[in-house]
Design a protein around this ligand. Sequence first.
Ligand code: FES
Length: 146
Amino acid sequence: MCPLYTEAVMEHFTNPRNVGEISDASGIGRVGNPVCGDLLWVYIKVENDIMTDVKFKTFGCGAAIATSSMVTELAKGKTLDEGLKITRKDVAENLGGLPPQKMHCSNLAADALHEAIHDYLRKQGREPPGPPDVKQPREDNSHESE
Ligand code: FES
């Protein structure tokens, strides 16, 4: 077992859930970190304001893969409002934590999910909730969305 990562992180890294694209996605969120170069896309399929399917694709590190996998599991079957309440901390906690130097990786997953929900709401002509959105204050400004 890797001393840095929890069993849950290693399990989601080696067996990630919901990998891929949704060709007719209702909303797509794309976030990246220009410093490490990692990119993450989250795709959501929405029916009656419920995320019936959630998938991800990433060019990212192991922690980014594990947190992306976890966020799809947390979001699937949830309402848009519930999805917007999934925090970066929720993602990390559901994986039993991440090493401090990798916490920034977990930010991508929740941020991309929120972006996908906002994308869907904008396409519907609905105002994404604010102000200005539901993200927590950034601890690491190197993970700004592109
Ligand atoms: S090192 Fe960039 S997201 Fe993990």
